[in-house]
Design a protein around this ligand. Sequence first.
Ligand SMILES: [Zn+2]
Length: 146
Amino acid sequence: METVSTATTVWTRDDVKGEKRDLWTAMKRGFRCRCPRCGEGKMFRAFLKTADNCSVCGLDFTPHRADDLPAYLVIVIVGHIVVPAALWIETNYSPAVWLQLAIYLPATFLMSLMLLQPVKGSVVGLQWALRMHGFDENAPSDIPPV
Ligand SMILES: [Zn+2]
């Protein structure tokens, strides 16, 4: 007769070797476009180009894989602001279409531009705090890179 072990392994943050990484602190620092580890160094060298490393603590930013997630999140955030506002204004005031377009299009464009860099910083901070991709210095070496 075969016996099956019912013991489970529960992983907690305390089991992780290395520095403690607070998710919300890292995301807030990233939202301010600062290094998620020290909160001082700049994360970006251009609008959406991350620096190679932090100028203060030396954290390597190159392992991040934000890809298209910041753009998707900005679409969701801005959409949830502009669409309800447009529906509410249309329902209550019914302004002319040209006036609505003159407000909603630039507002959408400006909000998207203003949020894109902070949201990307938050995503990089999230990846660093969760030790995703190359941000885990204790990752097993037999895992192939993505
Ligand atoms: Zn730093």
